[in-house]
Design a protein around this ligand. Sequence first.
Ligand SMILES: [Zn+2]
Length: 114
Amino acid sequence: MHELSIAEQIVDIAREYSERENVTSVREIELEIGTLSGIEIDALTFALDVVTKQTVLEGATVTIIDVPAMARCEACGAEFLLEDYFAPCTECGEFRNTPIRGQELRVKSLIVNE
Ligand SMILES: [Zn+2]
């Protein structure tokens, strides 16, 4: 399951951060997830529930921020919101787009307990 390994990576990031900053527990974690990342939010939330047990992330609120996908058209240079990979350019109707945003998953912030 793809989401499980992603959840484990998120825990690793939080663990490294807390060791470096001497944090014992995290209150909230904010994740930015691109709409083209292919990540199932429900599956990720479930996986996080499981893998955060007995880590600094246990009980932390997970806030997910959707990052809308953008693409650049190779034909006319327009940049537009991309609903899916196979959508045409909204300006010229060509299908030669290059995604420029929306495939990422990023830990945006960790809010720690004082
Ligand atoms: Zn175009």
